[in-house]
Design a protein around this ligand. Sequence first.
Ligand code: ZN
Length: 319
Amino acid sequence: MKKDALFLEPFIQERIWGGQRLRHLFDYQIPSTKAGEAWTISAHPNGPSVVKNGQWKGRTLQQLWQEHPELFGKTSPLGHFPLLVKLIDANDDLSVQVHPDDFYAREQAGEPHGKTECWYVVHAEEDAEIVLGHHAQSKAEFSEMVGSGAWEQLLRKVKVKQGDFFYVPSGTLHAIGKGIVILEIQQNSDITYRVYDYDRKDVNGKARPLHLDEAMNITRLPHMDTTQEVIFQQQEVFQLTRFIEGDYFTVEHWKVMGKVDLSMKKTYLLCSVIAGEGKLVMENTYDLRKGDHFILPAGNADYRLYGEMELVVASEGNG
Ligand code: ZN
């Protein structure tokens, strides 16, 4: 049977720190000036993706995952879709936050997945920075610094530039800073414990809730940076960088500079075109351009990419 690539409609989410860069960078039709996130490959009920082409047009990713497991290389529907891909426009600083692991999410939040995430920096203004980890050595020190608002001492800041990649395992205190657009690949979860929100108020004069007890329970102490060997392969017209091969996802950056013939090694791929344009050739041919997000379903043994473009490609687990 013919297996269409599944092109998905981004689901836009307004945020108090959002802006207009998703519209400007990716040409999305977004009326809001506070667009913070575009959930681009999502089976999460808080922002479901809908297929916009081919035989599955109008179906949600969640429906296909349940009703057509063969598209994902499965023989029967297996729980929840594992991953979520988003674009995030930090027009202002995002809150300092931490996410739970699977065990805590199940036991304490009644949710199927914790949230380990990773970020590919699509755009960064000069001197833009993130928070990744903290400087507290013990729970007591962490608690004291949070209690007294000693954020400058507590938060570990890292400068970022376009093309950087960061792995953010559950339990890592983190924040995306102002002036950064990232593509985030994460476990399919929406659980966030907020530690600090810069004392901001929303349009109704209300502060967003903090979750200090939960954060205290799950933040890794002391912080340890996770380093992974980056694998780099260069061919004449194709350059592959594998940033992470982890328990939850494998993430690669592909640069296409001509005509490339590829064969599927994973059961299905989550693909985001982040620069340039070109074509995807399987049984059908699809135009690709910056801002397109699609799933290459299982069962497509060989396919061709051509053009001048960059993609971030994720797959489930480390299989
Ligand atoms: Zn996060």
